[in-house]
Design a protein around this ligand. Structure first.
Ligand code: NDP
Length: 306
């Protein structure tokens, strides 16, 4: 039986691991489906304090993991398929095996949201991507489309103009993104905006790679195909809380509802990072939340006489 199990190995999970390992709790970190979290698929991080020259995202999370391991944290590949939080010790089913823990820190983050249209899922890695910084490079001089109207989509569209011209497809006329991002996109001659338009299908050629997108104007009903090589979906994220539905208090989109500090509705289950935070979503805020969760878990165990 473990003192602390931490679910997730992004900034939040790793920071929780550093703190609880230093407290002598020998935490077990289950690395999740996307080890290293969202930073592992970013390029340079310029706003994490302490790195005046910036640092590569994957390097930053790897450093955090090494730091936690130095104090005795154990890392294991795997993710929770099922959880029983009805009583302590909590039980987690991981790759078919049940493990038990006295306290739990949920730092499972959020994953890219997809459109759910034909052609999308089977063409991931063959032209469909949710990460411009990871995959943009492959589409130098080719035809790129970005879908979405939030800061992510506009930022990705801007970034991708390093490689080629970009079509930005958004389902409405107004953007959800911040004014500064909208101004930047409007001033970028390499971005063509296609508004009031949705994508009905991602098209592939005979070799099974993306060749186009079937578009539909939601106002006029007009349908047409655009030739596309790189199809980037940037329509937000979904929190990874599936195993906890019906147990943890979640909001209507599945984010964990905080019960103050790092506490959830269940005593001894704590939250950290993007799985609860729909507002800030920064590496540094996730790291801070991981620290809070670890301190709360430690104090809880101490009060129990651990
Ligand atoms: P958002 O939720 O802000 O935006 C999602 C966008 O995708 C919206 O424009 C939405 O359209 C559109 N969308 C959602 N579902 C669909 C669908 N099924 N079909 C078509 N379009 C769809 O997510 P982001 O990831 O852009 O941003 C998340 C948070 O991170 C925000 O708070 C943002 O400010 C922040 N962020 C900040 C950055 C920065 O400051 N540099 C960079 C990136 C993110 P609609 O508007 O019609 O709902």
């Amino acid at each position: 039986m473990h003192n602390v199990v931490i679910l997730g190995s992004g900034c939040a999970g790793n920071t929780a691991a550093i703190y609880s390992a230093r407290a002598g709790l020998k935490p077990l970190v289950l690395m999740g489906k996307e080890p290293g979290g969202q930073l592992s698929i970013t390029s340079e991080v310029e706003n994490f304090p302490g790195f005046p020259e910036g640092i590569m995202g994957p390097q930053l999370v790897e450093n955090m993991k090494l730091q936690a391991e130095r104090f005795g944290a154990e890392y294991r590949y795997g993710w929770v398929e099922e959880a029983d939080l009805s009583k302590r010790p909590f039980r987690l089913k991981v790759d078919g095996e049940w493990i038990e823990t006295s306290t739990l820190i949920v730092a499972t983050g959020a994953s890219a949201r997809w459109l759910g249209i034909p052609g999308e899922q089977n063409l991931i890695g063959k032209g469909v991507s949710s990460c411009a910084t990871c995959d943009g490079f492959f589409y130098r001089g080719l035809k790129i489309m970005v879908v979405g109207g939030g800061d992510s989509a506009l930022e990705e569209a801007n970034f991708l103009t390093r490689f080629s011209d970009v079509m930005l497809v958004h389902r409405r006329e107004e953007f959800r993104a911040s004014k500064i991002m909208i101004d930047r996109v409007a001033a970028n001659p390499k971005i063509k905006m296609i508004l009031n338009t949705v994508v009905d299908e991602v098209l592939a050629n005979e070799t099974g790679v993306v060749s186009g997108a079937r578009l539909r104007n939601v106002k006029t009903g007009e349908k047409w195909d655009e030739a596309v090589d790189g199809f980037f979906v940037a329509i937000g994220h979904i929190p990874n809380t599936k195993p906890f539905v019906g147990q943890l208090d979640l909001d209507e989109e599945g984010y964990i509802l905080s019960h103050g500090g790092a506490r959830t509705n269940i005593t001894a289950v704590f939250h950290a990072g993007d799985v609860q935070d729909r507002q800030y979503r920064q590496a540094i805020t996730a790291a801070g939340a991981g620290c809070m969760a670890a301190i709360e878990a430690e104090r809880f165990l101490e009060a129990e006489g651990h």
